[in-house]
Design a protein around this ligand. Structure first.
Ligand code: CA
Length: 225
């Protein structure tokens, strides 16, 4: 099979770390390139369309957060944000940026590669599925409800599509967290509840009688069309 290699961009100003990361990715069958200057990242992404970006938060000349916001104006490329502070991750999640994943330094290089693979696999799943008045498309990460496109954050989309695919099954907050974030240490139960709350609001905005995401008291949530 002559499949085109996926291209990983590593944005990291610690030379040893970026060299090791690139080496790991190449070893795992990816093409990898590193950048260490925050100022050049957005242009590079525009011209080279990487398949996934590992983005350090603290960089010379331009911070990861600014870079990320710029990239999102023209691309939906998955981004794994790396930071040296655990507290920083909670704050970032609170901002609901739509980052695919967060990792805290020091991290295991192997773990980063595994996470990147999972994200890319998830993004590769094509199928559009339909249940009741809801249509989910994994490829475009879009959801259509009563013929109206829902504007969802990546976390909301993942919760909805996961419950949707497992219709009728009840999932605890822990199980949902495991599915939504690979690093659930840093996410609180409340984060799941607040994603669900926002998600329901978006559904009932379209159809006020919608109750396809049901709470099962003391247990968790399930989807029923
Ligand atoms: Ca740094």
């Amino acid at each position: 099979m002559n499949e085109k290699k996926k291209f990983i961009l590593v944005v990291e100003d610690e030379p040893t770390l970026s060299a090791i990361l690139c080496e790991y990715f190449e070893h795992a069958g990816f093409e990898a390139k590193s950048l260490d200057d925050g100022a050049v990242v957005v242009d590079f992404v525009k011209h080279n369309s990487p398949d996934l970006i590992i983005l350090d938060l603290m960089l010379p000349n331009r911070g990861g957060l600014d870079i990320y916001r710029d990239i999102r104006t023209f691309s939906r490329v998955p981004v794994i944000m790396a930071t040296a502070k655990v507290e920083e991750i909670d704050r970032l999640i609170g901002l609901e940026l739509g980052v695919e994943d967060y990792i805290c330094k020091p991290y295991s290089t192997r773990e980063v590669v595994v996470r990147a693979k999972n994200i890319l696999r998830r993004n590769d799943m094509p199928a559009q599925e339909e249940q009741g008045d809801l249509v989910i498309n994994e490829l475009s990460m879009s959801a259509i409800f009563h013929q109206k496109a829902l504007s969802l954050t990546p976390a909301e989309f993942r919760i909805l599509s996961f419950l949707f695919k497992n219709k009728g099954k009840i999932f605890s907050r822990d199980q949902l967290m495991d599915h939504i974030y690979t690093d659930h240490r840093v996410v609180t139960d409340r984060a799941i509840d607040s994603h669900i709350k926002n998600l329901r609001k978006k559904l009932t905005d379209v159809d006020p009688s919608s109750d396809c995401i049901r709470s099962v008291y003391g247990v968790g949530y399930k989807f029923d069309a």
